[in-house]
Design a protein around this ligand. Structure first.
Ligand code: KMT
Ligand code: FE2
Ligand code: NI
Length: 218
């Protein structure tokens, strides 16, 4: 049964308090949402969660405002999944490969992990679908704070071109990711700072215009 009971949810960050309303049927309560939070500022191991205290999760709307897209799919069924096919068709993701991130299967494993955790942008979307294991994708929000997204099996995210981001394994030390792309893949990272990069400028413009307008129109 669908319930429309409203709850108040308080998101506390370092310099402001935002109060958001959500319903009992909110996706995060049924385990259908991605867990995401504002990272604390500590210099501890990157593979630790870096939850601020108290632990508060961000909404999918918060991520959507940054241009981050999210789907929850069935990872058991990725070879024959009509939902995945539909997303790929609609968004033109004709390229696909699978990255099994373990030292035995990846050349220059340590170096790759180090590069993944170096803040960067791309000229294109970064599309990742977690099939097994888990890990953290961090993106910068509008106030340049790190948002940590915990990817688990079934989580598919699209990071828009031009968003600053990085990736790290968590303490499980293993993730299997599907990588999708439109056409021939280009994985080139452009490390921060990239304020003059046209793709970065375009992204910033989309934040103030496209996403901003849709928020105002809501
Ligand atoms: C392991 S995929 C995530 C790392 C990344 O940002 C990239 O590949 O560009
Ligand atoms: Fe990247
Ligand atoms: Ni609404």
């Amino acid at each position: 049964m669908i319930s429309f009971v409203m709850n108040l949810f308080i998101v506390i960050s370092s310099d402001e308090i935002e109060i958001e309303a959500f319903t009992d049927t909110d996706e995060r309560r049924s385990g259908m949402a991605l867990e995401a939070w504002l990272m604390d500022e500590s210099n501890e191991d990157q593979r630790l969660p870096h939850h601020p205290s108290p632990k508060e999760l961000l909404t999918m709307d918060y991520l959507a405002e940054l241009g981050v897209l999210y789907w929850k799919l069935n990872p058991e069924n990725y070879e024959n999944d009509s939902q995945l096919s539909k997303i790929r068709d609609e968004r033109g993701y004709d390229y696909m490969d699978i990255l099994d991130l373990c030292p035995e299967k990846v050349s220059n494993y340590e170096e790759k992990l180090k590069n993944f955790f170096t803040e960067h942008i791309h000229k294109d979307e970064e599309i990742r679908y977690c099939l097994a294991g888990s890990g953290y994708f961090d993106v910068r929000d509008k106030d340049d704070r790190w948002i940590r997204m915990w990817m688990k099996p079934g989580d598919l995210i699209v990071l828009p071109a031009g968003i600053y981001h990085r990736f790290t394994l968590d303490t499980s030390n293993y993730i299997k990711l599907m990588r999708l792309f439109v056409g021939e893949p280009v994985w080139t990272p452009y490390n921060r700072p990239q304020e003059e990069h046209p793709v970065r400028k375009e992204y910033i413009k989309s934040l103030t215009h496209k996403f901003g307008e849709s928020i105002q129109a809501h």
